[in-house]
Design a binder for this molecule. Structure first.
Ligand SMILES: [Zn+2]
Length: 236
């Protein structure tokens, strides 16, 4: 069970269908295993519906009214997607606005991943085409980066650490497998962590196994240690 969760504001945006692809899929992955956040999202859904009910549609500008209705529909679609993703144990879900990215050949290779990723990631972590400077730190580009956020898996080899760094923007991290720690705490699968420009850290994977993280960020990392600074020109 996760100890670190998305902020309420993020869950509200998720409930309102306002998150971009990358952040929406990442949040859906956390929700799959977090009953607490699922409940919150449902509450925000209801709250959104109530707000629309008590507003006076006659006084709304036509644009505002259609925007509200569209948001409501987005919320309903999102909840349906989560419900499906939690209920479906085999086979594939065919309703999603991202269907264009779906590839049938992935259907059976990746069943151990969270369901929101089944249609996008071709295989389990061990068999993905990881790239990187060394075996210690590797990444895999996810196919649903959007205009605001890039989405990647990072793999930190067991017992290794990322160079010391801070962030030029926001980085949302969801631990997928293994675990890591930094000065602020220990993080395990399901934990959802936000790092920003005030975060200055050096995540280290625990000894037992490689740590896989799903990272969504709106600006590149900024390396701050001596060797890390030499890497900055190469980091996108
Ligand atoms: Zn949660």
């Amino acid at each position: 069970m996760a100890n670190y969760h998305p902020a309420d504001e993020l869950l509200m945006q998720f409930a309102a269908g306002q998150l971009t692809n990358a952040l929406g899929i990442q949040t859906a992955c956390h929700l799959e295993s977090c009953k607490q956040c699922q409940l919150k999202v449902r509450l925000y859904e209801q709250l959104g519906g109530d707000l629309i009910d008590i507003s006076a549609p006659a006084k709304l500008e036509p644009d505002a009214k259609s925007r509200l209705l569209k948001n409501l529909q987005n919320r309903k679609d999102t909840v349906n997607r989560i419900d499906k993703s939690l209920k479906v144990t085999s086979g594939t879900d065919t309703t999603n606005s991202l269907d264009g990215l779906y590839n049938d050949q992935f259907a059976n290779a990746n069943q151990r991943l969270p369901k929101p990723l089944h249609r996008f990631v071709p295989d389990y972590y061990d068999n993905l085409p990881w790239t990187g400077f060394s075996k210690s730190i590797q990444s895999y580009e996810l196919p649903f980066s959007d205009e605001k956020y890039t989405a990647r898996f990072y793999k930190i080899a067991a017992g290794k650490e990322l160079p010391q760094h801070t962030h030029n923007g926001n980085e949302f991290t969801l631990v997928m497998a293994g675990s890591f720690s930094d000065l602020s705490g220990d993080y395990h699968p399901g934990d959802f962590i936000l790092a920003d420009t005030s975060t200055h850290h050096q995540p280290r994977a625990h000894e037992k196994e490689d740590c896989i993280c799903f990272a969504v960020m709106d600006a590149p990392l900024k390396m701050t240690g001596f060797f890390g600074r030499m890497l900055n020109p190469f980091i996108k």
